[in-house]
Write a protein that binds this ligand. Structure first.
Ligand code: COA
Length: 72
């Protein structure tokens, strides 16, 4: 997930994730997870996700955490 630098901080990713949460509810899906780059957990935590497990490396991309959220 990324927004182009010129429009960061304007709520676009927040709106996109909330649209994902709404889509999940419509499909009765309740668990969201992702691999988050180590620079991103604070952003995802702000939107209700939490980390699980240790930092790990994705070859060629870099260090990540698994993050998840129960969507109800
Ligand atoms: C991380 C990223 C996707 C955020 O996108 P964005 O469009 O700037 O985020 P938004 O403007 O929608 O921010 C949503 C909320 O998160 C907060 N937020 C944004 N970045 C944050 C950060 N690094 N730490 C904590 N909170 C953050 C905002 O203040 C905003 O709060 P609000 O809802 O109270 O107003 C963007 O900075 C980016 O593209 N970074 C580079 C690519 C990257 O690292 N992606 C993650 C890969 S897993």
């Amino acid at each position: 997930m990324a927004t182009i630098p010129d429009v960061r901080g304007q709520g676009h990713d927040r709106d996109l994730l909330h649209a994902c949460f709404d889509h999940m509810r419509a499909k009765e899906a309740s668990l969201l997870w992702c691999n988050a780059r180590v620079v991103a957990p604070d952003f995802y935590k702000h939107l209700g996700l939490q980390t699980i497990g240790p930092e790990f490396d994705i070859e060629g991309i870099g260090p990540h955490y698994v993050m998840w959220k129960a969507v109800v």
